[in-house]
Write a protein that binds this ligand. Structure first.
Ligand code: DLL
Length: 419
């Protein structure tokens, strides 16, 4: 859709959304009144900055259903995502919302290379997590045959990949690493598998992991991004022919903004900050300027196939950012450095400790198969590179190939904070 037309659509949808929220959600009516805003004041997305931000804390205070904008009789599904503390975040969908969910995931699948008639090996977890059922619905809408494997049980995953011959697979990037490593270990030739495309997301990953899983599974791997609060997977998706240039945000449904992490000011395209979404079309659980806490930037790509805006890969979550001796650190920055050294693989974790009030970071990282992990020169080189690019001295612990525990199917935590 031409950009001008897209803006008109977004404006119209936003006006409608604000009117609905004012009428149907007491939380928003109160918030808008406090901000001195009447629904009629909002003419379109250019006015978004006048509207208040919604945070995870707001959802927590309205647990479990108080932010729903439709009576339970209209709700057809409920998902929940667990956070680091306490109660989960609960989200609901009407039939109309489930339709949007299917639609945006189907679009994402096509961008990733999938086509009707192909088989999908779906290794995202089924259950309250939006990954399994979300991908399932989108693939069904597209006309694929879904194999609902769910996460874990690696033996069975490998059997299905070999025997059911899916052309497309989806799972977390860390689990794709596990599957690639297992293939290598068991002498399964990835070229003999039929799988061509991998749709990976639900956690941050970088080019280092892409290189590894594309070689290890003989696939083209693209990024899928999303969060339960906004819909689930399928908020944005990378195109298979434009890998590494960002993921298209389906902005006819989810309008993105980037805000300064400290001041909350809207930042121009290209600048990095906190990603915020307004759901333009959802009925049961619509959100106004919801702060995802994810750090990235937005840009329009004049060379892209589509007109929609792109978001860069997520660097990390604002609340996951480590502050080490005053330096801000996302673990993906260490992953980027690992990627520049050809004797390492991106199987790693960061261990954070405190020694006499000083924060210390140790990097445990595996060497490639056949490389000596006791090589002192390699250790020194990695420490130097981290110091030069990130500005922090870290203790380096090179590990033998295959010795660091990987993902068993779900999201992998790469930080062990022992402080
Ligand atoms: O993880 C939805 C999803 C399922 C996305 C399957 C992609 C594939 P939640 O459990 O609510 O939803 O977690 C959302 O996960 O705010 C990000 O911090 C992180 N995240 C999701 N996708 C990506 C990605 C699902 N591609 C939270 N890159 C988000 C980086 C991601 N982080």
């Amino acid at each position: 859709m031409p950009l001008e037309q897209l803006r008109q659509l977004q404006d119209e949808r936003l006006r409608n959304l604000v009117a609905r929220l004012y009428k149907d959600v007491p939380f928003y009516q109160q918030k808008l009144k406090q901000a001195g805003i009447e629904p009629g004041d909002i003419k379109g997305v250019a006015d978004l900055a006048k509207l208040p931000i919604t945070t995870k804390e707001d959802l927590r205070q309205n647990y479990p259903f108080q932010m729903f904008a439709k009576p339970m009789g209209d709700v057809r599904r409920i998902h929940a995502s667990s956070g680091t503390t306490g109660k989960p975040t609960v989200v609901g969908y009407t039939e109309h919302d489930l339709n949007i969910f299917d639609e945006v995931v189907a679009r994402s699948m096509v961008a990733a290379g999938a086509r009707p008639g192909m088989r999908l090996h779906n290794a995202y977890g089924y259950g309250l997590f939006t990954g399994g059922l979300g991908m399932h619905g989108g693939a069904t809408r597209l006309g694929m045959a879904v194999i609902p494997v769910s996460g874990g049980m690696t033996d069975r995953q490998l059997m299905i990949l070999q025997d059911f011959e899916p052309e497309v697979m989806c799972c977390t990037p860390s689990y794709a690493q596990t599957l690639a490593a297992e293939c290598r270990k068991r002498g399964i030739d990835p070229a003999a598998l039929k799988v061509k495309y991998g749709i990976l997301g639900a956690e941050p990953w970088t080019e280092a992991i892409r290189t590894e899983v594309e070689a290890g599974l003989q696939i083209k791997a693209t990024n899928i991004y999303g969060l339960s609060e906004i819909i689930g997977p399928g908020v944005s998706q990378e195109d298979v022919d434009e890998r590494g240039t960002g993921s298209y945000v389906w902005e006819d449904h989810f309008y993105p903004e980037i805000l300064d992490k400290d001041t909350g000011e809207v930042l121009p395209y290209g600048e990095e900050g906190v990603l915020v979404f307004t759901t333009l079309t959802k009925e049961a659980f619509p959100l106004l300027r919801y702060s995802t806490n994810d750090i990235c930037s937005l840009h329009y790509d004049p060379n892209g196939k589509r007109t929609h805006i792109k978001m860069s890969a997520i660097k990390g979550r604002a609340d996951d950012m480590l502050i080490i001796r005053g330096v801000n650190l996302f673990y993906t920055q260490v992953e980027e450095v690992i990627n520049t050294l050809d004797y390492l693989v991106p199987h790693y974790r960061l261990i954070v400790t405190k020694k006499e009030a000083m924060d210390q970071v140790a990097v445990e990282v595996e060497v490639k198969e056949g490389v000596d992990h006791q090589n002192e020169a390699f250790k020194t080189e990695l420490a130097q590179k981290i110091k030069n690019t990130i500005g922090l001295s870290m203790k380096i612990d090179l590990r033998a190939h295959g010795s660091i525990p990987g993902s068993q199917g779900g999201k992998l935590s790469r930080i062990l904070d022992e402080r």
